[in-house]
Design a protein around this ligand. Structure first.
Ligand code: ADP
Length: 481
Protein backbone atom coordinates (compact mmCIF):
# COMPACT_ATOMS: atom_id res chain seq x y z
CA UNK A 1 0.00 0.00 0.00
CA UNK A 2 1.69 3.17 -1.23
CA UNK A 3 0.27 6.32 0.36
CA UNK A 4 1.12 9.93 -0.47
CA UNK A 5 0.18 12.00 2.55
CA UNK A 6 -0.25 15.77 2.07
CA UNK A 7 -0.46 17.99 5.14
CA UNK A 8 0.36 21.65 5.71
CA UNK A 9 1.90 20.93 9.13
CA UNK A 10 3.65 17.86 10.52
CA UNK A 11 5.43 17.36 13.86
CA UNK A 12 8.29 17.64 14.61
CA UNK A 13 8.86 19.97 11.66
CA UNK A 14 6.10 22.60 12.04
CA UNK A 15 2.99 22.86 14.19
CA UNK A 16 0.14 25.21 14.96
CA UNK A 17 -2.39 22.64 16.22
CA UNK A 18 -3.72 19.10 16.24
CA UNK A 19 -3.28 18.52 12.48
CA UNK A 20 0.50 18.50 12.97
CA UNK A 21 0.27 15.90 15.74
CA UNK A 22 -1.91 13.66 13.56
CA UNK A 23 0.14 14.12 10.39
CA UNK A 24 3.32 13.32 12.33
CA UNK A 25 2.05 10.26 14.17
CA UNK A 26 -0.32 8.48 11.78
CA UNK A 27 2.18 7.86 8.93
CA UNK A 28 4.62 6.26 11.37
CA UNK A 29 2.01 3.88 12.71
CA UNK A 30 0.85 3.10 9.16
CA UNK A 31 4.46 2.37 8.24
CA UNK A 32 4.60 -0.02 11.20
CA UNK A 33 1.55 -1.77 9.76
CA UNK A 34 3.38 -2.27 6.46
CA UNK A 35 2.26 0.75 4.39
CA UNK A 36 4.80 2.81 2.47
CA UNK A 37 3.93 6.36 3.41
CA UNK A 38 5.59 9.39 1.89
CA UNK A 39 4.48 12.69 3.40
CA UNK A 40 4.59 16.08 1.67
CA UNK A 41 4.65 19.50 3.35
CA UNK A 42 5.96 23.01 2.60
CA UNK A 43 9.48 23.97 3.62
CA UNK A 44 8.63 26.76 6.06
CA UNK A 45 11.12 29.00 7.83
CA UNK A 46 10.15 27.14 11.02
CA UNK A 47 11.52 23.92 9.50
CA UNK A 48 14.76 25.62 8.39
CA UNK A 49 15.27 27.07 11.87
CA UNK A 50 15.24 23.58 13.38
CA UNK A 51 18.42 22.75 11.46
CA UNK A 52 17.21 19.26 10.63
CA UNK A 53 19.61 17.70 8.09
CA UNK A 54 17.65 17.68 4.83
CA UNK A 55 18.57 15.66 1.76
CA UNK A 56 18.22 17.35 -1.65
CA UNK A 57 15.80 15.40 -3.86
CA UNK A 58 15.14 17.83 -6.72
CA UNK A 59 17.53 20.75 -7.01
CA UNK A 60 15.46 22.84 -9.34
CA UNK A 61 12.14 22.30 -11.06
CA UNK A 62 9.56 24.60 -12.60
CA UNK A 63 5.83 24.54 -12.54
CA UNK A 64 3.56 26.56 -14.79
CA UNK A 65 0.66 28.10 -12.96
CA UNK A 66 -1.57 30.80 -14.38
CA UNK A 67 0.84 31.54 -17.25
CA UNK A 68 3.84 31.96 -14.96
CA UNK A 69 6.77 29.64 -14.47
CA UNK A 70 7.37 29.08 -10.75
CA UNK A 71 10.61 27.52 -9.56
CA UNK A 72 10.97 25.19 -6.60
CA UNK A 73 13.21 22.58 -5.05
CA UNK A 74 12.45 19.47 -3.01
CA UNK A 75 14.24 18.15 0.08
CA UNK A 76 13.55 15.12 2.20
CA UNK A 77 14.02 13.82 5.71
CA UNK A 78 13.48 10.24 6.85
CA UNK A 79 12.55 9.18 10.39
CA UNK A 80 10.73 6.18 11.89
CA UNK A 81 10.06 4.55 8.52
CA UNK A 82 8.49 7.64 6.92
CA UNK A 83 10.06 9.97 4.37
CA UNK A 84 8.84 13.54 4.45
CA UNK A 85 9.30 15.65 1.30
CA UNK A 86 9.56 19.40 1.71
CA UNK A 87 8.40 21.65 -1.13
CA UNK A 88 10.81 24.57 -1.13
CA UNK A 89 9.74 27.84 -2.66
CA UNK A 90 11.10 30.55 -0.35
CA UNK A 91 8.92 33.24 -1.88
CA UNK A 92 5.89 31.33 -0.57
CA UNK A 93 7.07 29.52 2.51
CA UNK A 94 10.13 31.25 3.99
CA UNK A 95 8.00 33.45 6.23
CA UNK A 96 7.62 34.05 9.95
CA UNK A 97 4.38 32.07 10.27
CA UNK A 98 2.66 29.19 8.50
CA UNK A 99 -0.64 30.77 7.51
CA UNK A 100 -0.56 34.39 8.62
CA UNK A 101 0.30 36.82 11.39
CA UNK A 102 -1.79 38.44 14.14
CA UNK A 103 -2.76 40.98 11.47
CA UNK A 104 -4.51 38.26 9.45
CA UNK A 105 -4.00 35.47 6.92
CA UNK A 106 -1.37 35.88 4.20
CA UNK A 107 -3.27 37.27 1.20
CA UNK A 108 -1.69 34.76 -1.20
CA UNK A 109 -2.62 31.63 0.80
CA UNK A 110 -4.69 30.39 -2.15
CA UNK A 111 -1.67 30.47 -4.46
CA UNK A 112 0.69 29.16 -1.75
CA UNK A 113 -1.25 26.03 -0.97
CA UNK A 114 -2.39 25.40 -4.54
CA UNK A 115 1.28 25.50 -5.42
CA UNK A 116 2.11 23.11 -2.59
CA UNK A 117 -0.53 20.64 -3.86
CA UNK A 118 0.54 20.88 -7.45
CA UNK A 119 4.27 20.64 -6.70
CA UNK A 120 3.60 17.57 -4.54
CA UNK A 121 1.92 15.85 -7.50
CA UNK A 122 4.81 16.83 -9.78
CA UNK A 123 7.29 15.51 -7.23
CA UNK A 124 5.53 12.13 -7.16
CA UNK A 125 5.81 11.97 -10.94
CA UNK A 126 9.46 13.02 -10.94
CA UNK A 127 10.27 10.32 -8.37
CA UNK A 128 8.20 7.72 -10.28
CA UNK A 129 6.21 7.28 -7.06
CA UNK A 130 2.79 6.18 -8.24
CA UNK A 131 0.66 6.05 -5.06
CA UNK A 132 -2.29 3.74 -4.48
CA UNK A 133 -3.76 6.47 -2.30
CA UNK A 134 -3.35 10.22 -2.15
CA UNK A 135 -4.47 11.25 1.33
CA UNK A 136 -4.87 15.01 1.77
CA UNK A 137 -5.75 16.92 4.94
CA UNK A 138 -7.78 20.10 5.42
CA UNK A 139 -8.27 22.91 2.92
CA UNK A 140 -4.54 23.54 2.48
CA UNK A 141 -4.18 20.17 0.74
CA UNK A 142 -7.68 19.91 -0.77
CA UNK A 143 -6.83 21.43 -4.15
CA UNK A 144 -4.75 18.34 -4.88
CA UNK A 145 -8.05 16.58 -5.58
CA UNK A 146 -9.11 19.25 -8.09
CA UNK A 147 -5.78 18.93 -9.90
CA UNK A 148 -6.01 15.14 -10.02
CA UNK A 149 -9.56 15.38 -11.34
CA UNK A 150 -9.11 18.16 -13.91
CA UNK A 151 -5.44 18.56 -14.76
CA UNK A 152 -4.07 15.01 -14.40
CA UNK A 153 -7.31 13.20 -15.41
CA UNK A 154 -5.80 11.55 -18.46
CA UNK A 155 -2.42 10.87 -16.87
CA UNK A 156 -1.74 7.12 -16.88
CA UNK A 157 0.63 7.68 -13.96
CA UNK A 158 -2.33 8.29 -11.62
CA UNK A 159 -4.79 5.95 -13.35
CA UNK A 160 -4.84 3.53 -10.42
CA UNK A 161 -4.64 6.18 -7.70
CA UNK A 162 -7.63 6.56 -5.35
CA UNK A 163 -8.02 9.52 -3.03
CA UNK A 164 -8.99 10.24 0.56
CA UNK A 165 -9.67 13.64 2.09
CA UNK A 166 -9.66 14.14 5.87
CA UNK A 167 -11.42 17.11 7.44
CA UNK A 168 -9.79 18.13 10.72
CA UNK A 169 -11.88 21.28 11.08
CA UNK A 170 -14.78 22.13 8.77
CA UNK A 171 -14.80 25.79 9.82
CA UNK A 172 -11.53 26.55 8.00
CA UNK A 173 -12.45 26.31 4.32
CA UNK A 174 -9.91 28.40 2.39
CA UNK A 175 -12.11 31.06 0.75
CA UNK A 176 -10.69 33.15 -2.10
CA UNK A 177 -11.76 35.43 -4.94
CA UNK A 178 -12.92 33.75 -8.13
CA UNK A 179 -9.84 34.91 -10.07
CA UNK A 180 -7.84 32.42 -8.03
CA UNK A 181 -8.85 29.52 -10.31
CA UNK A 182 -7.18 31.14 -13.29
CA UNK A 183 -4.07 32.03 -11.31
CA UNK A 184 -3.60 28.45 -10.08
CA UNK A 185 -4.29 26.70 -13.36
CA UNK A 186 -7.76 25.28 -12.70
CA UNK A 187 -10.65 25.70 -15.17
CA UNK A 188 -12.65 28.90 -14.56
CA UNK A 189 -15.76 26.81 -15.27
CA UNK A 190 -15.40 25.24 -11.80
CA UNK A 191 -16.72 28.50 -10.40
CA UNK A 192 -20.32 27.37 -10.06
CA UNK A 193 -22.26 26.30 -7.00
CA UNK A 194 -22.13 22.60 -7.89
CA UNK A 195 -18.34 22.70 -7.90
CA UNK A 196 -15.99 25.10 -6.14
CA UNK A 197 -18.10 28.22 -5.73
CA UNK A 198 -19.41 29.02 -2.25
CA UNK A 199 -21.41 32.26 -1.92
CA UNK A 200 -19.32 34.16 -4.44
CA UNK A 201 -15.96 32.78 -3.33
CA UNK A 202 -13.77 29.86 -4.35
CA UNK A 203 -13.91 27.29 -1.55
CA UNK A 204 -10.79 25.09 -1.47
CA UNK A 205 -12.23 22.65 1.08
CA UNK A 206 -15.09 21.84 -1.33
CA UNK A 207 -12.54 20.35 -3.73
CA UNK A 208 -11.73 17.70 -1.14
CA UNK A 209 -15.35 16.93 -0.29
CA UNK A 210 -16.42 16.78 -3.95
CA UNK A 211 -13.55 15.13 -5.75
CA UNK A 212 -11.92 12.72 -3.28
CA UNK A 213 -12.96 9.08 -3.58
CA UNK A 214 -13.89 9.13 0.11
CA UNK A 215 -13.92 11.62 2.97
CA UNK A 216 -13.15 11.12 6.63
CA UNK A 217 -13.29 13.29 9.66
CA UNK A 218 -11.60 12.82 12.99
CA UNK A 219 -14.32 11.38 15.22
CA UNK A 220 -17.51 9.39 14.62
CA UNK A 221 -19.69 11.97 16.33
CA UNK A 222 -18.25 14.91 14.34
CA UNK A 223 -18.86 12.96 11.11
CA UNK A 224 -22.57 12.96 11.99
CA UNK A 225 -22.62 16.52 13.36
CA UNK A 226 -21.18 18.08 10.18
CA UNK A 227 -24.12 16.71 8.20
CA UNK A 228 -26.47 18.97 10.19
CA UNK A 229 -27.06 22.72 9.68
CA UNK A 230 -25.84 23.49 13.21
CA UNK A 231 -22.32 22.14 12.58
CA UNK A 232 -22.18 22.01 8.77
CA UNK A 233 -20.70 25.52 8.25
CA UNK A 234 -22.87 25.84 5.12
CA UNK A 235 -21.59 22.57 3.67
CA UNK A 236 -23.93 20.14 5.45
CA UNK A 237 -26.00 19.55 2.28
CA UNK A 238 -22.91 18.70 0.28
CA UNK A 239 -21.65 16.44 3.07
CA UNK A 240 -25.01 14.66 3.25
CA UNK A 241 -24.77 14.04 -0.48
CA UNK A 242 -21.47 12.22 0.19
CA UNK A 243 -22.62 10.39 3.31
CA UNK A 244 -22.17 6.96 1.67
CA UNK A 245 -18.39 7.58 1.60
CA UNK A 246 -18.07 9.79 4.69
CA UNK A 247 -16.47 8.10 7.71
CA UNK A 248 -15.47 9.15 11.23
CA UNK A 249 -12.19 7.76 12.58
CA UNK A 250 -11.12 8.96 16.03
CA UNK A 251 -7.60 10.42 16.21
CA UNK A 252 -5.07 8.71 18.41
CA UNK A 253 -2.21 9.70 20.66
CA UNK A 254 1.46 9.07 20.06
CA UNK A 255 2.39 7.85 23.53
CA UNK A 256 6.09 8.12 22.66
CA UNK A 257 5.63 11.90 22.86
CA UNK A 258 2.82 12.00 25.42
CA UNK A 259 3.65 9.81 28.39
CA UNK A 260 4.44 11.09 31.92
CA UNK A 261 6.69 8.07 32.48
CA UNK A 262 9.12 9.10 29.73
CA UNK A 263 8.35 12.74 28.85
CA UNK A 264 11.58 14.81 28.74
CA UNK A 265 9.69 18.10 28.81
CA UNK A 266 8.19 17.76 32.30
CA UNK A 267 9.99 18.46 35.61
CA UNK A 268 9.69 14.89 36.87
CA UNK A 269 8.40 11.62 35.45
CA UNK A 270 5.72 9.47 37.07
CA UNK A 271 3.59 6.36 36.57
CA UNK A 272 0.00 5.54 37.61
CA UNK A 273 1.22 3.44 40.56
CA UNK A 274 3.33 6.27 41.99
CA UNK A 275 2.22 9.85 41.47
CA UNK A 276 4.95 11.57 43.52
CA UNK A 277 6.38 12.97 40.28
CA UNK A 278 3.02 14.57 39.49
CA UNK A 279 3.13 16.43 42.81
CA UNK A 280 6.56 17.80 41.86
CA UNK A 281 5.20 18.84 38.45
CA UNK A 282 2.33 20.65 40.19
CA UNK A 283 4.78 22.53 42.44
CA UNK A 284 6.98 23.49 39.49
CA UNK A 285 3.95 24.63 37.53
CA UNK A 286 2.82 26.82 40.44
CA UNK A 287 6.35 28.26 40.75
CA UNK A 288 6.60 28.89 37.00
CA UNK A 289 3.39 30.95 37.04
CA UNK A 290 3.78 32.42 40.54
CA UNK A 291 0.62 30.73 41.84
CA UNK A 292 -0.42 29.95 45.40
CA UNK A 293 -2.18 26.71 44.32
CA UNK A 294 -3.20 25.21 47.68
CA UNK A 295 -3.06 21.41 47.52
CA UNK A 296 -6.62 21.04 48.84
CA UNK A 297 -8.14 22.70 45.75
CA UNK A 298 -7.64 21.75 42.11
CA UNK A 299 -5.45 23.48 39.56
CA UNK A 300 -7.36 23.72 36.27
CA UNK A 301 -5.21 23.84 33.13
CA UNK A 302 -5.93 24.89 29.55
CA UNK A 303 -3.62 24.59 26.51
CA UNK A 304 -5.54 26.00 23.63
CA UNK A 305 -6.03 28.31 20.73
CA UNK A 306 -7.74 31.38 22.18
CA UNK A 307 -10.72 31.14 19.86
CA UNK A 308 -14.50 31.13 20.09
CA UNK A 309 -14.49 27.51 18.89
CA UNK A 310 -12.65 26.51 22.05
CA UNK A 311 -15.26 28.21 24.26
CA UNK A 312 -12.82 30.78 25.63
CA UNK A 313 -15.58 33.37 25.75
CA UNK A 314 -17.51 30.96 28.00
CA UNK A 315 -14.47 30.71 30.27
CA UNK A 316 -14.18 34.51 30.38
CA UNK A 317 -17.84 34.81 31.37
CA UNK A 318 -17.52 32.05 33.95
CA UNK A 319 -14.20 33.27 35.33
CA UNK A 320 -15.39 34.76 38.61
CA UNK A 321 -17.51 31.69 39.38
CA UNK A 322 -14.63 29.34 38.55
CA UNK A 323 -12.43 31.31 40.95
CA UNK A 324 -15.34 31.19 43.41
CA UNK A 325 -15.07 27.39 43.36
CA UNK A 326 -11.54 27.80 44.65
CA UNK A 327 -9.90 26.73 41.40
CA UNK A 328 -6.49 27.96 40.35
CA UNK A 329 -6.44 28.54 36.58
CA UNK A 330 -3.44 28.07 34.29
CA UNK A 331 -3.92 29.02 30.66
CA UNK A 332 -1.42 28.74 27.79
CA UNK A 333 -2.62 29.94 24.43
CA UNK A 334 -2.46 32.29 21.50
CA UNK A 335 -5.16 33.81 19.33
CA UNK A 336 -8.02 36.26 19.59
CA UNK A 337 -6.87 39.69 20.80
CA UNK A 338 -10.05 40.42 22.78
CA UNK A 339 -9.80 37.15 24.70
CA UNK A 340 -6.09 37.81 25.35
CA UNK A 341 -6.84 41.28 26.70
CA UNK A 342 -9.63 40.03 28.94
CA UNK A 343 -7.50 37.25 30.38
CA UNK A 344 -4.45 39.50 30.86
CA UNK A 345 -6.54 41.96 32.84
CA UNK A 346 -8.08 39.17 34.94
CA UNK A 347 -4.62 37.75 35.57
CA UNK A 348 -3.29 41.12 36.73
CA UNK A 349 -6.12 41.34 39.25
CA UNK A 350 -5.64 37.76 40.50
CA UNK A 351 -1.93 37.07 40.08
CA UNK A 352 -1.78 34.10 42.49
CA UNK A 353 -5.02 32.52 41.24
CA UNK A 354 -4.63 32.84 37.46
CA UNK A 355 -1.53 31.79 35.54
CA UNK A 356 -1.44 33.03 31.96
CA UNK A 357 1.08 32.79 29.16
CA UNK A 358 0.29 34.12 25.69
CA UNK A 359 2.66 31.93 23.70
CA UNK A 360 2.99 28.70 21.76
CA UNK A 361 5.36 26.68 23.89
CA UNK A 362 5.68 22.91 23.84
CA UNK A 363 7.55 22.64 27.15
CA UNK A 364 5.09 24.77 29.11
CA UNK A 365 2.23 22.84 27.46
CA UNK A 366 3.61 19.53 28.72
CA UNK A 367 4.18 21.01 32.19
CA UNK A 368 0.53 22.13 32.32
CA UNK A 369 -0.72 18.67 31.28
CA UNK A 370 1.43 17.11 34.03
CA UNK A 371 1.06 19.70 36.79
CA UNK A 372 -2.70 20.38 36.66
CA UNK A 373 -5.41 18.39 38.42
CA UNK A 374 -8.21 19.07 35.97
CA UNK A 375 -8.24 20.27 32.36
CA UNK A 376 -10.97 22.53 30.95
CA UNK A 377 -12.19 22.11 27.34
CA UNK A 378 -15.51 23.94 26.92
CA UNK A 379 -15.44 23.81 23.08
CA UNK A 380 -18.48 24.91 21.09
CA UNK A 381 -17.56 22.21 18.61
CA UNK A 382 -14.59 19.86 18.59
CA UNK A 383 -13.80 17.65 15.57
CA UNK A 384 -11.71 15.33 17.75
CA UNK A 385 -9.66 17.24 20.28
CA UNK A 386 -6.36 15.84 21.39
CA UNK A 387 -5.81 17.77 24.59
CA UNK A 388 -8.38 15.76 26.60
CA UNK A 389 -6.56 12.56 25.60
CA UNK A 390 -3.15 14.01 26.52
CA UNK A 391 -4.52 15.31 29.84
CA UNK A 392 -5.92 11.87 30.74
CA UNK A 393 -2.59 10.18 30.15
CA UNK A 394 -1.03 12.64 32.61
CA UNK A 395 -3.71 11.86 35.21
CA UNK A 396 -5.30 15.29 34.69
CA UNK A 397 -9.07 15.02 34.60
CA UNK A 398 -10.86 16.53 31.59
CA UNK A 399 -13.92 18.71 32.16
CA UNK A 400 -15.38 18.98 28.66
CA UNK A 401 -18.38 20.03 26.70
CA UNK A 402 -20.14 16.95 25.26
CA UNK A 403 -19.48 17.61 21.58
CA UNK A 404 -17.64 15.86 18.72
CA UNK A 405 -14.58 13.88 19.74
CA UNK A 406 -14.80 15.18 23.31
CA UNK A 407 -18.07 13.32 23.71
CA UNK A 408 -16.62 10.23 22.03
CA UNK A 409 -13.57 10.07 24.30
CA UNK A 410 -14.72 11.30 27.74
CA UNK A 411 -17.15 9.36 29.97
CA UNK A 412 -18.70 11.07 33.00
CA UNK A 413 -17.28 9.61 36.19
CA UNK A 414 -19.81 7.67 38.27
CA UNK A 415 -18.56 7.54 41.89
CA UNK A 416 -21.10 4.81 42.76
CA UNK A 417 -19.71 2.33 40.24
CA UNK A 418 -16.23 3.82 39.80
CA UNK A 419 -16.57 4.06 35.99
CA UNK A 420 -15.66 7.02 33.81
CA UNK A 421 -12.69 9.27 33.12
CA UNK A 422 -13.90 12.87 33.32
CA UNK A 423 -16.78 15.33 33.60
CA UNK A 424 -19.08 16.57 30.86
CA UNK A 425 -21.64 19.31 30.34
CA UNK A 426 -24.01 19.87 27.45
CA UNK A 427 -25.00 23.51 26.98
CA UNK A 428 -22.32 25.93 25.76
CA UNK A 429 -23.00 28.32 28.64
CA UNK A 430 -21.00 29.50 31.68
CA UNK A 431 -23.29 27.89 34.25
CA UNK A 432 -23.04 24.26 33.08
CA UNK A 433 -19.26 24.68 32.79
CA UNK A 434 -19.08 25.95 36.38
CA UNK A 435 -21.34 23.10 37.54
CA UNK A 436 -19.16 20.46 35.88
CA UNK A 437 -16.00 22.06 37.28
CA UNK A 438 -17.78 22.10 40.65
CA UNK A 439 -18.43 18.34 40.41
CA UNK A 440 -14.74 17.86 39.73
CA UNK A 441 -13.81 20.13 42.63
CA UNK A 442 -16.13 18.25 45.01
CA UNK A 443 -14.68 14.88 44.03
CA UNK A 444 -11.15 16.24 44.39
CA UNK A 445 -11.86 16.50 48.12
CA UNK A 446 -12.51 12.73 48.30
CA UNK A 447 -9.02 11.29 47.80
CA UNK A 448 -10.10 7.65 47.37
CA UNK A 449 -12.66 8.45 44.65
CA UNK A 450 -10.29 10.93 43.03
CA UNK A 451 -7.52 8.36 42.96
CA UNK A 452 -9.86 5.90 41.22
CA UNK A 453 -10.80 8.54 38.63
CA UNK A 454 -7.15 9.42 37.97
CA UNK A 455 -6.32 5.75 37.48
CA UNK A 456 -9.22 5.34 35.04
CA UNK A 457 -8.07 8.36 33.05
CA UNK A 458 -4.45 7.21 32.93
CA UNK A 459 -5.54 3.74 31.81
CA UNK A 460 -7.71 5.04 28.93
CA UNK A 461 -6.03 3.87 25.74
CA UNK A 462 -6.19 6.17 22.73
CA UNK A 463 -3.10 4.78 21.00
CA UNK A 464 -3.01 5.13 17.23
CA UNK A 465 -2.95 1.43 16.40
CA UNK A 466 -6.72 0.94 16.27
CA UNK A 467 -7.39 4.10 14.26
CA UNK A 468 -4.45 3.45 11.93
CA UNK A 469 -5.89 0.00 11.16
CA UNK A 470 -9.20 1.67 10.32
CA UNK A 471 -7.38 3.98 7.88
CA UNK A 472 -5.50 1.07 6.36
CA UNK A 473 -8.75 -0.90 5.88
CA UNK A 474 -10.27 2.13 4.20
CA UNK A 475 -7.24 2.56 1.91
CA UNK A 476 -7.57 -1.09 0.87
CA UNK A 477 -11.27 -0.72 0.19
CA UNK A 478 -10.66 2.41 -1.91
CA UNK A 479 -7.73 0.87 -3.78
CA UNK A 480 -9.91 -2.11 -4.70
CA UNK A 481 -12.77 0.13 -5.88
P1 ADP B 1 -6.80 22.28 17.46
O1 ADP B 1 -6.01 21.55 16.44
O2 ADP B 1 -8.22 22.54 17.07
O3 ADP B 1 -6.15 23.54 17.94
P2 ADP B 1 -6.42 19.91 19.12
O4 ADP B 1 -6.91 19.58 20.49
O5 ADP B 1 -6.72 18.94 18.04
O6 ADP B 1 -6.94 21.36 18.78
O7 ADP B 1 -4.82 20.05 19.15
C1 ADP B 1 -4.17 21.10 19.76
C2 ADP B 1 -2.68 20.79 19.79
O8 ADP B 1 -1.96 22.00 19.85
C3 ADP B 1 -2.27 20.00 21.03
O9 ADP B 1 -1.09 19.26 20.74
C4 ADP B 1 -1.96 21.13 22.03
O10 ADP B 1 -1.10 20.71 23.06
C5 ADP B 1 -1.28 22.10 21.10
N1 ADP B 1 -1.35 23.50 21.53
C6 ADP B 1 -2.41 24.35 21.44
N2 ADP B 1 -2.07 25.57 21.88
C7 ADP B 1 -0.78 25.50 22.27
C8 ADP B 1 0.15 26.44 22.84
N3 ADP B 1 -0.19 27.70 23.08
N4 ADP B 1 1.40 26.00 23.11
C9 ADP B 1 1.76 24.72 22.88
N5 ADP B 1 0.94 23.79 22.35
C10 ADP B 1 -0.32 24.17 22.05
Amino acid sequence: MKVAFLASEVIPYAKTGGLADVAGALPKVLAGLGAEVRAFMPLYREVRKKKIPLTPVIERAELEMGGEKLAYAVFSHRADGVTVYFIDRPEYFDRDCLYGTAAGDYPDNGERFAFFSRASIETMRAMRYSPDIVHGHDWQSALVFAYLRYVYAGDAFFARTRTLFTIHNLAYQGLFDDELLDRIGLPASLFNMNELEFYGKVNALKAGILYATAVTTVSPRYSREIQTPAFGCGLDGLLRSRSAVLYGILNGVDYRDWNPATDHLIPRNYVPEDLTGKITCRKELAALFGLAAPTTLPVAGMVTRLAGQKGLDIVCEALQDLLGLGLTLVILGTGDQKIQDFLLEAQEKNPTRIGLKIAFDERIAHTIYAGSDIFLIPSRYEPCGLTQMYAMKYGTIPVVRATGGLDDSVQEFDPQVGNGNGFKFVEAEPEPLVEAAGRAGALFKKPIDWRKLVRNAMAADFSWERSASAYLDLYKKLAAS
